[in-house]
Design a protein around this ligand. Structure first.
Ligand code: SF4
Length: 467
């Protein structure tokens, strides 16, 4: 390869970390829904409670399996006994909900008063007979989706170390397999097993809605790859077996701690691949897994082309436009890469935290995509400063800004198209078939503002009013 062919090197910068994002305790909102027999106990203050109550919106009225353990003055000054207080609450949870696991979410306050949650958990677990997982998903250390990362990293320790010997039990654990074999006869199942290529066990990690789990599992099955389990599974009691030497692959870019824990503590081999977001990412993800198992991928090129063809009506709207990511959920690199492939340019990608090792394959694909599409490589700003970013937005005048709710309306009022970033976290965006949903979200403000253009109300604030 000559120097001119090499993709342009990406430019990384780091700012002040003065930016808006959700607190990582928000991960309870999607994790309690995913792990059906869990209960999440957030040990914090009213500040944390107010945030969750508002951020979760209507879900709050559906008797969620989460609660706040609100610390009082006596807890802070150590006049009350932490162990006894937590025991009282956990017994109440056991009595009312009888979950298979209680997840304690540590917060800023438990960090500052140095409450030893990790030390208390094993003692209390033995006493009340329910497993307790401790995750420190606080606003001091992490941003938004990283909350899931801390919970999954803690759950790695609870995954069984050995495949169960009893056949019945094995079937119970392997819920995904059961799902795939649903309604089939025993002989058919045996015949189907032989469709798989012989490869070492593969476990995928990342919390996904069930339809996406099925979708990605079936995509890999088409290549003869068997998914032995997902972390997390639908139920805590179905956590996958993880033995030394198993292969693991992540489906989301914010799971670097989970990846590290799987590698260091359970001696797994990590498949570093781009993430299955967008048809390009999904193809690269499957190809990388295939290449690790020395499998020749079948029909992926045609599949990708087919999906792109079906996306053309959306891509038409995006081609030649520019997008600016303010950065708050760590999905930014993958989304930017996909949107650049759609023909957009991207001057800046803000991101709360950048693990260059875990995201290496995704960063390489981003550089390659920019080169192939003939657009300059974006500047990647870690720990961005929202104030500075707004000045840059005024200068660059991007066609679309992906940002949080704090800035969305003020920018819209100034004639800047915005998309609220949190929706990308909750929408189904993974795999070939969901690529359409990503573009549906990204193009919505453009379509809406196109429709409203004739009204001539683009700017609703005085020229001199700055944010
Ligand atoms: S940042 Fe800290 S205090 Fe605020 S909601 Fe999150 S954990 Fe609670």
């Amino acid at each position: 390869m000559t120097a001119t062919q090499a993709p342009q090197a990406l430019d990384f910068e780091c700012e002040t970390g003065n930016y808006h994002t959700f607190c990582p305790i928000s991960c309870v909102a999607w994790l309690y829904q995913k792990i059906e027999d869990s209960f999440f106990l957030v040990i914090g203050t009213k500040t944390c409670g107010y945030f969750l109550q508002n951020a979760m919106g209507v879900m709050i009225f559906a008797e969620p399996r989460y609660a706040m353990a609100e610390l009082e003055e006596g807890d802070i000054s150590a006049q009350l006994n932490d162990y006894e207080e937590l025991k009282r609450l956990c017994l109440q949870i056991k009595r009312d909900r009888n979950p298979s696991v209680i997840v304690w979410i540590g917060t800023c306050t438990t960090e500052i008063i140095k409450m030893d949650l990790e030390g208390l958990a094993p003692k209390l677990e033995a006493e009340i007979g329910i497993p307790i997982v401790t995750a420190r998903a606080n606003g001091l250390d992490y941003a938004f989706t990283q909350g899931e990362d801390t919970v999954l990293a803690a759950m790695v320790h609870k995954c069984p170390k050995q495949a169960p010997v009893v056949e019945e039990e094995k079937q119970e654990r392997n819920a995904i397999q059961k799902l795939l074999h649903f309604g089939r006869k025993q002989e058919d199942v045996a015949a189907q097993e032989s469709e798989y290529v012989d490869h070492p066990p593969l476990v995928l990690f990342g919390s996904m809605p069930d339809p996406v789990v099925t979708n990605l599992t079936l995509e890999l099955k088409k290549q003869g790859i068997k998914v032995s389990g997902w972390l997390p599974a639908k139920r805590y009691t179905e956590l996958p077996v993880i033995e030394e030497g198993y292969y693991v692959a992540g489906v989301n870019p914010f799971l670097s701690r989970t990846a590290t824990t799987l590698m260091r503590r359970r001696k797994c081999k990590l498949i570093g691949a781009p993430f299955p977001i967008g048809p390009d990412g999904t193809r690269a993800w499957i190809e990388k897994i295939c290449s690790v198992f020395s499998i020749e991928p079948k029909g992926l090129e045609e599949r990708e082309a087919q999906i792109w063809a079906s996306l053309e009506d959306y891509v038409k709207l995006l081609r030649g436009k520019s997008v600016f990511f303010m950065g708050d959920n760590l999905l930014e690199i993958s989304l930017a890469r996909f949107l650049i492939r759609c023909g957009m340019s991207c001057p800046e990608i803000g991101i709360p935290y950048m693990d260059k090792r875990y995201q290496k394959a995704e960063l390489d694909l981003l550089a390659k995509t920019c080169q192939e599409m003939g657009v300059p490589a974006p500047k990647i700003i870690e720990k961005p400063d929202n104030y500075n970013q707004i000045q840059r937005i005024y200068e660059l005048k991007p066609d679309l800004v992906i940002t949080g709710m704090a800035h969305a309306n003020p920018m819209e009022a100034r004639g800047i198209n915005t998309k609220w970033s949190v929706e990308f976290t909750f929408a189904q965006i993974h795999g070939f078939t969901n690529a359409r949903d990503v573009l549906e979200l990204a193009t919505r403000p453009l379509r809406r503002n196109n429709n409203l253009k004739e009204l001539g109300w683009e700017k609703l604030v005085k020229e001199e009013a700055k944010i």
